[in-house]
Design a protein around this ligand. Structure first.
Ligand code: NDP
Ligand code: 2IT
Length: 448
């Protein structure tokens, strides 16, 4: 990465000093600051008004105890987080992650990313993120419900349709949003649909929210291919993860004529040269909540690999959809060697800075998560819109809106990258376009 502009390196030094030990947060901040040099030169008013320093400091951070009782009668204590990062464009908006690795640095990196991602969608939503170090793996339905109820018993004071609107992320899907919404409704005595998104269709959810992040990432890649007068037809695609984002990215790739040859979970990956059977993956991961390794018990064409990287499987297009820093420089080298020409981040920050550097050097088109995976939160904003007007749209209409939004994000990133002297650089385009909209709102709203 080029040297930071002097005023940005002051900001970064302050971030390091004020947030010790929060490696993922530092990584997310430097990734954005690294793009803002030409903006600071052209618009000194942003640094003069302390906009970038203010952006790096969350407006509010809530950390709380979550006590609950497990099936054997033991008291369990988890830690809950909600970081309300920036509300210049609208109520804080962003998911909740339940995973044992969750800590304040991870929630802050995700909340920081969310500010720019949400800005890119063009929807009126600020940035926030939350979660807990609760591990849902191996927990019964009753335990998950009691945990969600305990979590919401504190969180409810901080959220609401006009304040902060959580949704899902790793470990939080339709089941958890149901339990969280149930407890919110019970405590507040209000059927406030707009307080959470990712709800079930029967109780205020939007068609296509479940599919939106994965579909959106694939729509973004379709735009890139279209500009090359190409399509998904005949392309080999590798996706990491086999959760919400991965499954629906695979579904859309397949629908558009591509072949997904591999996917993974935290215990390994499967390769199926005939194309991944999505009904089977859904049955294993969504219904039975089991390991992806079981896939090979039902498909003779597939094999399972442990202790290796899914990125060793050669492909034309890679869509990392699992977690942060899952794809490093060695993985990037495997992908480049295997002929991959497009990498689109379905997950948040899955590629390390070294991996991104390798892609850039090799001429691989790289799309950062804040652009590629923005379809999820954009559709959450569409859910809020439907809730506010007490309306519900069809699947087809919602999908059309999503496709339009993703095309808009693609074009805005590409145009902004051109304007600031980095044609074809989606990292620069996404960071600068996302930043400018929030920064202008912050200037207009005064020092708050
Ligand atoms: P899910 O919980 O549905 O799935 C997560 C998948 O990633 C699982 O296959 C999981 O495997 C794997 N995974 C998680 N943590 C690790 C890890 N530490 N090492 C290896 N594999 C891991 O989550 P989502 O699909 O919702 O989220 C995936 C990514 O997409 C995250 O980065 C999230 O922030 C991002 N995202 C999600 C959006 C959404 O709408 N849900 C929107 C935008 C981005 P295992 O089951 O073995 O843990
Ligand atoms: O990272 C993300 O954008 C999400 N987890 C979705 C957030 C949302 O509010 O829908």
């Amino acid at each position: 990465m080029a040297r930071l502009h002097e005023r940005l390196s002051e900001v970064y030094a302050e971030v390091l000093d004020r947030n010790p030990g929060e490696g993922e947060f530092h990584q997310a901040v430097i990734e954005v600051l690294g793009s803002l040099g030409p903006v600071v030169v052209k618009h000194p008013e942003y640094t003069d008004a302390g906009v970038i320093r203010r952006l790096c400091e969350p407006e509010r951070q809530i950390i709380f105890r979550v006590p609950w009782v497990d099936d054997s009668g033991r008291v369990q204590i988890n830690r809950g987080f909600r970081v309300e990062f920036n509300s210049a464009l609208g109520p804080y908006k962003g998911g909740l992650r339940f995973h044992p690795s969750v800590n304040v640095g991870i929630v802050k990196f995700l909340g920081f990313e969310q500010i720019f991602k949400n800005s890119l969608t063009g929807m009126p939503i600020g940035g926030g993120k939350g979660g807990s170090d609760f591990d849902p793996k191996g927990r019964s339905d009753g335990e998950v419900m009691r945990f969600c109820q305990a979590f919401m018993t504190e969180l409810y004071r901080h959220i609401g349709e006009y304040t902060d609107v959580p949704a899902g992320d790793i470990g939080v899907g339709g089941r958890e949003i149901g339990y969280l919404f149930g407890q919110y409704k019970r405590i507040t005595n209000r059927y406030e649909s707009g307080a959470l998104t990712g709800k079930g269709i029967a109780w205020g959810g939007s068609q296509m929210r479940r599919e939106a992040t994965g579909y959106g990432a694939v729509f973004f890649v379709r735009e890139i291919l279209r500009n090359r007068r190409d399509s998904f037809e005949g392309k080999r695609v590798v996706v990491s993860g086999s959760g919400n984002v991965a499954i629906y990215a695979m579904e859309k790739v397949t629908e558009l004529g591509g072949t997904v040859v591999a996917c993974s979970d935290s215990s390994g990956f499967i390769v199926d040269e005939k194309g991944v059977d999505l009904d089977l993956v859904k049955e294993i991961k969504e219904v039975r909540r089991a390991r992806i390794s079981e896939y090979v018990d039902y498909r003779g064409t597939a094999h399972h690999v442990e202790d290796r990287s899914v990125w060793e499987v050669g492909c034309d297009i890679a869509v990392p959809c699992a977690t942060q820093n899952e794809l490093d420089a060695a993985d990037a080298a495997s992908l480049i060697g295997g002929g991959c020409s497009i990498v689109a981040e379905g997950a948040n920050m899955p590629c390390t800075p070294e991996a991104i550097g390798s892609f850039t050097d090799a001429g691989v088109t790289f799309v950062p998560g804040k652009a590629a995976n923005a379809g999820g939160v954009a559709t959450s904003a569409l859910e809020m819109q439907q809730n506010a007007s007490r309306d519900s749209w069809t699947f087809e209409h919602t999908e059309e809106r999503l496709a339009e939004i993703m095309r808009g994000i693609h074009d805005r990133c590409a145009e902004t990258a051109d304007e600031y002297g980095s044609p074809g650089d989606f990292v620069a385009g996404a960071n600068i376009a996302g930043f400018i909209q929030v920064a202008d709102a912050m200037l207009a709203l005064g020092v708050i």
